[in-house]
Design a protein around this ligand. Structure first.
Ligand SMILES: Nc1nc2c(ncn2[C@@H]2O[C@H](COP(=O)(O)OP(=O)(O)OP(=O)(O)O)[C@@H](O)[C@H]2O)c(=O)[nH]1
Length: 408
């Protein structure tokens, strides 16, 4: 009686979360993060338990065969949901049809060859194996595809490990005592369904939490990135620098990088070509800086690179590397075979070590950049007010570099 009540509660949990997952997946539109598959999984498992309530004591009936097949389909749907959550394009419909039909035929064969106990034992053994495989995938995922969700994967692995053990115990009981082991008033079935109810209470909201976490991470990432080039934007740079200054008190230097005569590229080749050139510049910048440097699009055709821990000499080297890399790169091939090239002028600040001194560094780099523009473009200028420290090899306040301007 109590076990039947628990199964009834299970049906309510599972079916209400079916609706919840469906609503979330509709709301998410394109990137559903597996919520559609989780809805199908819950629907299949909820329906299986409804059939179990309707079919009465364990035995042979079409309802029981459908119940076992739906249970297996639910496991397949949850696996597909998990794979989709982690970005794998996994089909849902044909695996479910294959699992459902294949398992129904297998049940018939088992029942015909070895009788009803074998059919129930097959379900417990298959479930135990599937859950064990899920635990292995979750634990492996903690080191590979789900490194950012270690805690969550551990909790899922522990919960699923529990139901795996209970299924293995059910198998042992069935093999030892036959169908009476599945008596719904027995102690074991009570424990089994209390555990299942706990799982149904904990796992679906945890999946909703995972989806929420992914969404907020994506939103935060989008708010911190420039949509055209996917470089950090000003806000992303400020946040990244906050995090850097919290971790280390080493100073940094700022490079302001402005594409020369960018308006001419737009005017000559169109705004779309201009956008493509900005993306190509962003790619060159990514490749020209060191691993720990931050690259950002400040807006328009202006970019910035922050070099944490760099002294004057290093910052100037990075600036010159960037200038040279951009000047030598073919940015875009336009109709008629013409190659679009561009140059940049770079203003290098003195050192800064927090947000307040960053604002000053920004002004100084901007002033240096302005001088570079007035001085003919395609060059690196350093902050004239900053003392030449750290053995910087610059003799004067500025370096003027190969100034052949391909656009002038
Ligand atoms: N294609 C494209 N153009 C942009 C974007 N943002 C700003 N621009 C254009 O960039 C041009 C910047 O022009 P200016 O500020 O005169 O600078 P410039 O032509 O690069 O000249 P100097 O900086 O003095 O060398 C303007 O024509 C803007 O419309 C963008 O996202 N895409």
């Amino acid at each position: 009686m109590i076990a039947n009540l628990l199964v009834g509660m299970l049906c309510v949990y599972l079916l209400s979360f079916t609706v919840m997952f469906l609503l979330i997946s509709r709301r998410l539109g394109g990137e559903k993060m597996g919520t559609d598959a989780f809805a199908v999984g819950n629907l299949a498992l909820g329906s299986a338990y409804v059939l179990q309530l309707l079919e009465g004591p364990a035995g042979w009936s079409a309802m029981s065969v459908a119940n076992h097949s739906l249970t297996l389909c639910a496991l397949a749907a949850y696996s597909v949901g998990g794979a989709r959550f982690f970005g794998r394009r996994t089909p849902l419909l044909w695996p479910l049809v294959a699992v459902g039909t294949g398992y129904a035929l297998l049940q018939l064969a088992m029942h015909w060859a070895w009788g009803p106990v074998a059919r129930y034992a097959l379900l417990s053994a298959t479930c135990a194996l599937c859950f064990a495989a899920m635990v292995v995938v979750l634990v492996a995922g903690m080191r590979t595809f789900a490194r950012d969700l270690r805690g969550e994967m551990l909790v899922f692995a522990a919960l699923i490990g529990g139901i795996c053990i209970l299924n293995a115990m059910k198998l042992a009981k069935l093999l030892a005592g036959g169908l009476p082991a599945l008596d719904m008033d027995g102690r074991f079935q009570m424990i089994f369904y209390v555990y299942m109810c706990s799982l149904a209470t904990i796992i679906p909201p945890s999946i909703v939490w995972l989806v929420l976490r992914r969404l907020t991470d994506t939103l935060r990432g989008n708010a911190a990135r420039d949509p055209l080039t996917r470089l950090l934007n000003r806000r992303g740079l400020t946040e990244a620098l906050d995090a850097h200054f919290r971790r280390a008190d080493a100073c940094a230097r700022l490079l302001l990088i402005d594409v020369d005569h960018f308006k001419r590229i737009n005017d000559r080749h169109g705004h779309q070509a201009g956008d493509a050139v900005l993306c190509a510049v962003a790619d060159v910048l990514r490749g020209a800086v060191r691993k720990d440097d931050l690259v950002c699009r400040m807006g328009g055709e202006e970019f910035a690179a922050v070099c944490p821990g760099a002294d004057d000499a290093t910052a100037l080297q990075v600036a010159e590397r960037i200038r040279h890399a951009i000047a030598s790169a073919a940015m875009l091939q336009v109709a008629g075979g013409e190659t679009v090239r561009c140059t940049v002028t770079v203003g290098v600040s003195g050192s800064f070590d927090d947000q307040v001194t960053l604002a000053r560094a920004m002004q100084a780099a901007d002033a240096a950049l302005y001088r570079g523009k007035r001085g003919g473009r395609n060059r690196v200028e350093r902050d004239a007010s900053a003392p030449e420290s750290d053995g910087a090899p610059m003799a004067g306040a500025r370096i003027l570099l190969a100034a052949a301007d391909p656009l002038s």
